[in-house]
Design a protein around this ligand. Sequence first.
Ligand code: MV4
Length: 501
Amino acid sequence: MIKKVLVANRGEIAVRVMRSCREMGLVTVAVFSDADRKSLHVRYADEAYHIGPSPSVQSYLNIEKIIEVAKKCGADAIHPGYGFLSENKKFSQRCADEGIIFIGPSPQAISAMGDKITARKHMMKAGVPVVPGTENKITSEEEAIQTITEIGLPVMIKASAGGGGKGMRLVHKKSEIVSAIRAARSEAHTAFGDDAVYIEKYIDSPHHIEFQILADKHGHTIHLFERECSVQRRHQKVIEETPSPLLTPEIREEMGRHAVNAAKAVNYYGAGTIEFIVDDNLNYYFLEMNTRLQVEHPITERVVGVDLVKEQIRIANGEHLKLKQEELRQFGHAIECRIYAEDTNNNFMPSPGLIRHISEPLGLGVRYDGYVYEGYEIPIYYDPLISKLIVWAQTREEAIRRMRRALHEYKITGVKTSIKFLARIMDIPDFKNGTYNTHFIENNSDILFQDPYCGERCETLAIISTFIDYLDKIEMKKNEQASRNSVSNWKESGKRKALRN
Ligand code: MV4
């Protein structure tokens, strides 16, 4: 039985995982790099160990060091969060070899889904619809040309070792196919050390809809419905919601069954996500499987009423799933916004640095998963995600209004953030109507990137808020020293709390 969990991650997800551990009475262990000495996950944990320099290859990706810490501190399990080592089959295997429980899937399942050609083969065998295309890797130019005469143009060349948009090439003309394959191959070789590529028919303006699944080690597999993730930019999700405004109850049920079969096809256990692309006629195709807990998991937790991290831990313990498919329902509507330290008006340039002031939104139906505090400096070394704001309401319309309200309450100074950009999205007709696809941001760029923003109400409000921001900045400058002191106050109150407990 798991008693002590090492969380091999940082930031909001490390805190989120430890919250569930604490509720389960498990001891939590943080690991941290040089840049993360003052991070909240380090303060939150019962124990914390330094694992190396700031660059993630030397810290959060350092398998040897993390295993060494786990053994030294007596952790019986490791939760990898998302990113970093979460989908690394060598890490999953190494944990097994060391007698440490990896809170995630088997190395075999990670491997089967990590190779996209292998994954497609498993899906075809299991009767899960895949995008029309090649069954095996492309071995010759003739074969590629044969494929495009069969399935028609346009097509996408994809790297088998890729995923998440890496190593893809769109081909419109027959004359482009040879050079596109060469380019995709060489990119894949450099990025993944594997130059295998395959061809798929191009699905224009698709929706990205993914299904959450849970599977125990005894063959019970369930799905927890879908997440609509079509609001994205350069393969980075921006907003996710559930239920998807696109799906009908019939298609939802069908896709859910396919998602369960997809997981079963690779003897999957743990939490996982089956990604589909869906066209406007509701044709859907398996795209890939993510063999980890995802950033956007909280919207599913809220609408289905399940703590996915607790379920992951119970599964890792070898327990039977208590949830039954026929008892699961989607209740109400949830939306998540990802708040980044970035300049949305300057090509989303990361904006790391000192948080001078932060006040988080609260109130009915709001969940806030974050890790920064006043006086904290967002490091340059990692993804500049500050927090995730999740709202729930009975209807989609109310959820959008609630998100709009929450974003307006949310104030951060010191770094540039995507808060205003996200607030603008809440006022865009395509979003409000739920009639958007993966081209949403580029289709609405004229509104999203205009500056200054003049929203639903009037220009006066924009001017007043600009002025208030200006006054805030003056105030913040004056209080810079006080704000620094507040960090140590935070520390003190943290210690006092620990003593009380
Ligand atoms: C596609 C596609 C159209 N047709 N495959 C992008 C990320 C990677 N998971 C696969 N992706 C796509 N694959 C075919 N055959 C369009 C995309 C795509 C996309 C998919 C999901 C969410 C956003 C996207 C944005 C651009 C392209």
